[in-house]
Design a binder for this molecule. Sequence first.
Ligand SMILES: O=P(O)(O)OC[C@H]1O[C@](O)(COP(=O)(O)O)[C@@H](O)[C@@H]1O
Ligand SMILES: [Mg+2]
Ligand SMILES: [Mg+2]
Length: 335
Amino acid sequence: MQRKNKTLGEFIIENQQEFQYSTGELSKLINAIRLAAKVVNHEVNKAGLVDILGAAGETNIQGESQQKLDVLANEKFKQTLQNREIVCGIASEEEDDFITINSQDEQHQNKYVVLIDPLDGSSNIDVNVSVGTIFSIYRRVTPIGSPVSLEDFLQPGVNQVAAGYIIYGTSTMLVYTTGHGVNGFTLNPAIGTFYLSHPNMQFPETGRIYSVNEGNYTHFPQGVKDYIKYCQKEEDDRPYTSRYIGSLVSDFHRNMIKGGIYIYPKSSTAFNGKLRLLYECNPMAYLAEQAGGRASDGYRRILEITPTELHQRVPFFCGSRKMVEKAESFMAQYA
Ligand SMILES: O=P(O)(O)OC[C@H]1O[C@](O)(COP(=O)(O)O)[C@@H](O)[C@@H]1O
Ligand SMILES: [Mg+2]
Ligand SMILES: [Mg+2]
């Protein structure tokens, strides 16, 4: 069991030994994400005082109006990773295409690519409800030294070497996995240091919370409608409690601690749902599985889906294993 209150920096170094042939590159990368998280946290905390609320006046490739904080968080993560030359490519919700990072040092070409959702829960920025950042890391598949290409990003989630999120909430936490369990670190804002506060996080096998935007109910597949009715029925340990923050990171975090399921299904208005496979569903699915939970599109394991586009969307069922299996059993009735 990990000793609580060790710093994230200590944890990263100690856990580097888990990787036999570690060069320290992944550790440097997690450290850079830690730094960018603190910079963005600082901006988020003073959002009401400076001119970073509201729309930036642009739309991203998904046709969504970009919030000023979406753009700012994107810039801060990009800059932090580019300046440290520790990745060979970045893909982001807020960038149409992937960005190639060429290392000045010709000899040392980097082997990792990062995919980010710089600001998750954008609709909650202006109303002071918790938001987050999501990241996913892969080893490139193209030869080191050759130009980075789309195939380095379009990898199935099972290939991830690390994934995590930062939640800017009542406290700021960084939660991540490198394939050896999930650990959560809380920022002590007084000294700007993340401390291990949630070692070895585990999804309870089942729970009593369901998170879905019921406002879209009429457009949902029959399997989802049936599952919602099941959650609301006066029977056994039900009805469950409905909780929906509208920030994936925050709904996921709560459900991982208390037990619960988050669903963003496809619907007659959103054919593949809303969430993006590469920088929302894959990283959260990797965390969920590493914490004993489950993540699917209602039928298939998310991590086994082979991506075809950078910004593709997939339906998302994620959380306590038994609850996701139950929801899938309803979906299977109409498959
Ligand atoms: O308002 P809706 O349609 O329920 O969507 C909420 C979902 O959309 C998201 O805000 C999408 O993420 P972004 O804010 O990064 O675009 C999720 O965090 C959240 O779970
Ligand atoms: Mg998001
Ligand atoms: Mg976002």
